[in-house]
Design a protein. Structure first.
Length: 549
């Protein structure tokens, strides 16, 4: 009865969403969606103020762990309109920003650029020869000890950061996102799993996404794997978890018993044998009827039935929407799920883009940023590079420290956000309990925002620190403060913030009078930035993606 009701609801969803409407400008071949999931158009984007346009750009890029430097977004000479002026002119470079972002996410980087990224991360050239100076980053890889190699949950972050906005970066980001959901988590917290399951899961997801395999194909290829069996651990539970993970069906005790019969020719060995999948030699020959409609005889039938089930797309869409729009009301999320599922998406890429480029997400959704979304967006906005001065734990070890290195200041596990760790995946909401958030705040404040070398020679001074960058040198003190606020908070400073902060700058001797005008001393621009960023790190809004309207 429950299954019949679910199918009837699904049918109404599909019928309601079968007419996706006219293409909006900027879709360029992406999945056409309407209703709650309708894509934001270039015309709607152009109607926003420049500051709001920047907030939309940072929201879109930040979700994919990318930053948007202020000076690359705004064009023209520095101008002032009252005390809340933008640091740059109000003319935005790109009137078709969303269209071009969609295009970028479909475009592979040139071969030479791809080779350069791989070389930087691996430390070897295309022929496998070590490069002078070694890899750009340090990972936990130890050629003499595989058990200490946790790079499966480190290098994906490096690839996401190093690739420009492109399909290459997007595929890595989608694979990372999915590796941390209940659907594909290798559950490294369990004694029956190990880091090899993380390597294999990620590689399988990355390959499937890169080759544009459908949602159903990727799930079908994942179900029979050793890593999936190491999480489910028994034939009956293998069926039960498949129904829960990929169909959203949770009352399946009798169906799971029958599924266990169909899969009884497989079993997982114990700890002494390394939790290996093996054939039992006992095959089922009696057809089993599950969910009141499907005949299964063996595990291959189970895999085909699950991957081909009509509830797969709504369930996958639900998991993605609930993660990217966790703070939205249940009614809004359900409307988004129905709108996207009713548009007949085939790939994970269809679903992710439908959410990220939707008007509902970009303009009306407010939610806490995950640590990765905040941290990497800032690193990208600051044009951070470990070769140009680093501090704290933001250095060549940054990805190892984030993902695997317990005990350091930016370890994600201390924020209840460990990658590939949990059997049920990361929770939809960013953990905001007292301890998790305290570690989040401490990490981003102390290891990024107060470490002046993380941004000083990238957005303020030249690489060698000898002089101010040209765009900074022409700014008034008010414009410079707004530039800092936009970089970290995506808005200009409020009048009261300008007044109070400048009182501190004056008291600390970081300013001087030049021809009757207050100016920041040339050597103190970095000090002003560090104190300003320290203040911003204490604002609740710093930890949220804002609703624009």
């Amino acid at each position: 009865m429950r299954l019949l009701l679910t199918l009837l609801v699904l049918s109404s969803i599909l019928l309601a969403g079968c007419n996706p409407g006219l293409p909006s400008d900027g879709d360029n071949g992406d999945l056409q969606t309407s209703g709650y999931a309708a894509g934001m158009t270039d015309a709607e984007y152009a109607s926003l103020t420049p500051e709001q346009q920047y907030q939309v750009a940072r929201k879109l890029n930040g979700a994919m762990f990318k930053g948007v430097p202020v000076e690359s977004f705004f064009s023209g000479s520095a101008t002032t309109t009252g005390t809340r002026s933008l640091a740059r002119a109000a003319t935005v470079n790109d009137a078709k920003y969303l269209t071009n972002m969609r295009s970028a996410l479909r475009t592979l980087v040139p071969n030479y650029q791809n080779d350069a990224v791989i070389t930087e991360i691996s430390g070897v050239d295309a022929q496998g020869n070590p490069i002078p100076g070694g890899a750009k980053y340090n990972f936990s890889y130890d050629p003499n000890n595989d058990t200490n190699d946790y790079s499966a949950r480190e290098t994906p972050l490096a690839f996401i950061y190093e690739y420009p906005v492109s399909r290459d970066a997007f595929v890595h980001w989608m694979a990372w996102f999915l590796s941390n959901t209940i659907m594909f988590s290798p559950a490294l917290e369990m004694e029956s799993t190990d880091i090899n399951d993380g390597f294999n899961n990620y590689e399988r997801l990355y390959t499937g996404l890169k080759n544009k395999q459908s949602v159903r194909q990727i799930i079908r290829s994942h179900l029979p794997t050793l890593s999936r069996w190491r999480v489910s651990r028994s034939a009956e539970n293998h069926f039960l978890e498949a129904a829960e993970l990929y169909l959203g069906l949770f009352d399946t005790k009798e169906d799971s018993r029958k599924g266990g019969i169909a899969c009884k020719n497989y079993s997982l060995t114990g700890d002494d044998d390394g939790y290996q999948l093996r054939g039992t030699g006992i095959r089922n020959t009696v057809p089993q009827i599950v969910f009141g409609a499907y005949y299964i005889v063996d595990c291959e039938d189970v895999y085909d039935m699950i991957a081909g089930h009509p509830l797969v797309i709504p369930r996958v869409t639900e998991i993605i929407v609930n993660s990217l729009m966790a703070e939205s009301t249940n009614d809004v999320r359900q409307a988004m799920i129905q709108s996207i599922a009713g548009s007949n998406p085939e790939t994970f890429e269809d679903i992710f883009k439908a959410v990220l480029f939707s008007r509902q997400y970009l303009l009306y959704t407010e939610r806490p940023k995950s640590f990765e979304e905040n941290y990497f967006s800032l690193l990208g906005t600051f044009k951070w590079n470990p070769d140009v001065g680093t501090g704290g734990d933001t250095n060549r070890d940054v990805f190892r420290n984030l993902a695997s290195n317990q005990g350091n200041a930016i370890y994600l596990g201390d924020m209840s956000w460990a990658p590939m760790e949990y059997k049920i995946g990361r929770q939809a909401e960013t953990p905001m309990d007292a301890l998790s958030f305290a570690n989040y705040h401490k990490a981003v404040r102390e290891q990024l925002l107060r470490q002046i070398n993380n941004y000083n020679r990238r957005i303020i001074y030249t690489d060698n620190g000898s002089q101010l960058r040209s765009n900074i040198a022409v700014m008034t003190p008010e414009q410079y403060l707004n530039f800092l606020f936009l970089s970290a908070l995506t808005r200009s400073a409020l009048p009261v913030e300008q007044t109070d902060l400048f009182n501190i700058f004056v008291a600390r001797g970081w300013t001087q009078q030049v021809n009757g005008q207050l100016r920041i001393r040339t050597g103190n621009y970095g000090d002003v930035a560090r104190l300003t960023f320290d203040y911003i790190s204490r604002l609740p809004e710093f930890y949220y993606f804002p609703a624009i309207n």
